[in-house]
Ligand binder design. Structure first.
Ligand code: NAP
Length: 280
């Protein structure tokens, strides 16, 4: 039986990097893509430490380079002969109160977190259809099921991903293709620092939300964040599972947040959040 092939986007740090290692340890041959090969040393040293460097093939790919994506996947399939798992992980967060965000900033958020995933998935589907098998694992977020203050466009991009993936799953399950959404809560990765891009207006003293933004930033910094290995192990477990569920919530915070949304009347729920975040 030939090795199973997994392709991951955004493997230079965080969940993507850790997932590359976990899948390689599980026996997958991993194509770990990243937009900047100048940052590959983090994955290279983690792979060497785990003894799986020979199972990971690092390649350059920016998920917003839509014209390059079909050729990237065709080349991979020509070289390896198949594609078993696609992990759509690359993403970032635009931060700032919605009133302060420019349309261009919101569009950029969707280009990566939503259209990047759509382009990758569409390019992978013909191969998976031909094989009559494949796992498409979307790294969404609890913010795809629950709006979050100061990341409205991030939350909207993940909500779009949720609806698109839920529909896609129904369309392709009879072809043997499994579409899965992984929904992490807060985990300690670069998305809280390097990967959080403040809207240009949001950082200005002239913004009517400037003081609220400062208070929010403090609350977000204080949020407890878990070890990201939990998410990587969940993704690897989904990749091994021949019959995965639609959604996997990861982290107690994600589970509690969703449970409260479902149980509490929305007005109460909003009050709890506003008090917690000192939103007035
Ligand atoms: N950490 C959390 O608490 C959390 C919670 C819920 C969901 N998520 C989701 O988890 C995914 C991974 O994020 P992370 O937490 O692991 O953060 P991270 O450490 O910042 O990793 C994000 C990765 O995405 C890459 N990336 C960003 N834009 C890209 C593009 N246009 N093309 C290719 N790669 C791109 C980054 O590359 P560079 O190194 O070049 O910037 C980096 O490798 C994201 O989809 C995020 O929304 C994270």
């Amino acid at each position: 039986m030939p090795d199973k092939i997994a392709l991951i986007t955004g493997s230079s740090s965080g969940f993507g990097l850790l997932t590359a290692i976990e899948l390689a340890k599980d026996g997958f041959r991993v194509v770990a893509s990243m937009r900047d090969l100048g940052r590959r040393q983090f994955l290279d040293s983690a792979a060497a430490a785990a003894g799986v460097a020979d199972r990971i093939d690092v390649r350059q790919l920016n998920v917003t380079d839509f014209d390059a994506i079909p050729a990237f996947i065709d080349t991979l399939v020509r070289e390896y002969g198949r594609l078993d798992v696609l992990v759509n992980n690359a993403g970032f967060a635009v931060a700032g109160f919605a009133e302060d965000l420019k349309l261009d900033e919101i569009r950029l958020q969707f280009e990566t977190n939503f259209f990047g995933v759509v382009a990758m998935t569409k390019a992978a589907l013909p191969t998976m259809r031909r094989q009559r098998s494949g796992h498409i694992i979307q790294v969404s977020s609890i913010s795809g099921l629950h709006g979050s203050v100061t990341i409205s466009s991030y939350s909207a991009s993940k909500h779009a991903l949720e609806g698109w993936s839920e529909s896609l799953r129904m369309e392709v399950s009879s072809l043997g293709i499994k579409v899965v959404l992984v929904e992490p809560g807060a985990f300690q990765t670069d998305i809280w620092t390097r990967g959080a891009v403040m809207g240009e207006q949001a950082t200005k003293h002239t913004s009517p939300n400037f003081q609220r933004s400062l208070r929010m930033r403090e609350s977000v910094e204080k949020l407890p964040k878990r070890d990201p290995i939990e998410v990587a192990r969940t993704i690897a477990a989904v990749a091994r599972n021949p019959n995965p569920k639609l959604r996997y919530l990861v982290g107690r915070d994600a589970k509690v947040q969703l449970a409260l949304k479902r149980i509490l009347p929305w007005k109460w729920h909003e009050k709890v959040i506003a008090n917690f975040l000192k939103l007035d």
